[in-house]
Design a protein around this ligand. Structure first.
Ligand code: CP
Ligand code: NVA
Length: 311
C-alpha cells in the first residue's frame, strides 16, 4: 500500500524506509514515462518552491526549476547573498517567514546543520539540494538510473573511488544500505567516509543484508563492481586543498587500467560536474559504459516525484 509522504522533509535518505524509496522510484518512473508520452501531470498547480543557493549549481537549479514548473507550480530562485540571511537574520526567523509564503523550500548550502535547522523551524517541506555532508536528491535519482540500467537493485555491487569523505559517498551509502546493495568505498587513507555516517549506514545494512566496506586500494574497491562511481576530488568548499588532493587521489582515477577489474557490463556513474583527466579519463566517461547524462536527466524525474509526494 502506498505510504503518504505529504509534509515530510527530504533531508537525508536515512529518514526514508525502503518502501518509501520504492514509492519514490515508482512515482519517478511513471512520471518519466508519462512525460515522454507527451502527457501532462500538474499536481502542484498554484504551488511555489523557494530555492536557496549558497553554492553554485547547474543540474540542481535547472532540474528543480523546470520540474516544479512542469508540475504546475512556480520556482523562486533565492540567492543566499540577496536574502537578509547574509545580514544576520536567523535561519529560524527565515524559516518561519518563508513558511508563510511558500509551499516548499529547496536549499543547497555548506553546513548540514543549517538545513536541519531550517527544516525544524519551517512548517513546509524542506528538500536538501546538497550540503557538505549529503546529497540525497542525487543519490535517489541515481537509484532510478541504476534500476533502469541494471534492474533489481538488491544484490548489486557499487564501488565508489576517490574522495570517500564526500557528500555523494555518504548519501550513496544510505541508498545502498536501504536497498540491499553492496557498496565499497576506495579512498586514500585519511579520506574515508565519516565514521558516524558509516555506522548509521551499517545499522541499515544489517536489516537489508547489504555489505558496506571502506578500503584504501582502488583495485580492491572496483573488483567485480556492477557500478563504478566517481566524484570530484575537491568538492565545493574544499578548493584550497585541491593541489594536495590531486596528488594523493591520483591512484584512484577511473581509467582503462582500473576498468579491467570491474564486472562485465558494469556502468560508470558520476554526479557531475566532472573534472575530466582527474577523477575520470575521457575514455571512460565518454565510453558506452558511462551513464552520466542519464543520471543528470533523472534528477528531473526523481525530484518531480519528491516534490509531488512531499509538497
Ligand atoms: N550533480 C549536481 O548536483 O550538479 P550541480 O552542482 O550542477 O547542481
Ligand atoms: N561532491 C561534489 C558534488 C557536486 C554535485 C561537491 O560537493 O562539490
Amino acid at each position: 500500500m502506498a505510504v503518504t509522504m505529504k509534509g515530510r522533509d527530504f533531508v537525508s535518505l536515512r529518514d526514508f524506509s525502503r518502501e518509501e524509496i520504492e514509492q519514490l522510484l515508482e512515482t519517478a518512473s511513471a512520471m518519466k514515462m508519462r512525460q515522454k508520452a507527451g502527457m501532462v501531470d500538474r499536481p502542484l498547480e498554484g504551488k511555489t518552491l523557494g530555492m536557496i543557493f549558497t553554492k553554485p549549481s547547474t543540474r540542481t537549479r535547472i532540474s528543480f526549476e523546470v520540474g516544479i514548473w512542469q508540475l504546475g507550480g512556480v520556482g523562486l530562485f533565492l540567492s543566499a547573498d540577496e536574502l537578509q540571511l547574509r545580514r544576520g537574520e536567523t535561519i529560524e526567523d527565515t524559516a518561519m517567514v518563508l513558511s508563510r509564503y511558500l509551499n516548499g523550500i529547496m536549499i543547497r548550502t555548506y553546513d548540514h546543520e543549517d538545513v536541519v535547522d531550517l527544516a525544524e523551524n519551517s512548517t513546509i517541506p524542506v528538500i536538501n539540494g546538497l550540503t557538505d555532508l549529503l546529497h540525497p536528491c542525487q543519490a535517489a535519482s541515481d537509484l532510478l538510473t541504476i534500476r533502469e540500467k541494471k534492474g533489481d537493485l538488491s544484490g548489486l555491487k557499487l564501488a565508489f573511488v576517490g574522495d570517500g569523505d564526500n557528500n555523494m559517498v555518504h548519501s550513496l551509502l544510505f541508498a545502498a544500505a536501504k536497498m540491499g546493495m553492496d557498496a565499497c568505498v576506495g579512498s586514500p587513507a585519511g579520506y574515508e567516509p565519516k565514521k558516524e555516517i558509516m555506522d548509521m549506514a551499517q545499522e541499515e545494512a544489517l536489516r537489508t543484508g547489504s555489505e558496506l566496506r571502506a578500503v584504501n586500494d582502488p583495485v580492491e574497491a572496483v573488483t567485480g563492481a556492477d557500478i563504478v562511481y566517481a566524484d570530484v576530488w575537491a568538492s565545493m568548499g574544499a578548493e584550497e586543498e585541491r593541489e594536495n588532493r590531486l596528488r594523493v587521489m591520483d591512484p584512484f582515477q577511473v581509467n582503462d587500467e582500473l576498468w579491467e577489474h570491474v564486472a562485465s557490463e558494469a556502468v560508470f556513474m558520476h554526479c557531475l560536474p566532472a573534472h575530466r583527466g582527474e577523477e575520470v579519463t575521457d575514455e571512460i566517461i565518454d565510453s558506452p559504459a558511462s551513464v552520466v547524462f542519464d543520471q543528470a536527466e533523472n534528477r528531473l524525474h526523481m525530484q518531480k516525484a519528491i516534490m509531488a509526494l512531499v509538497m
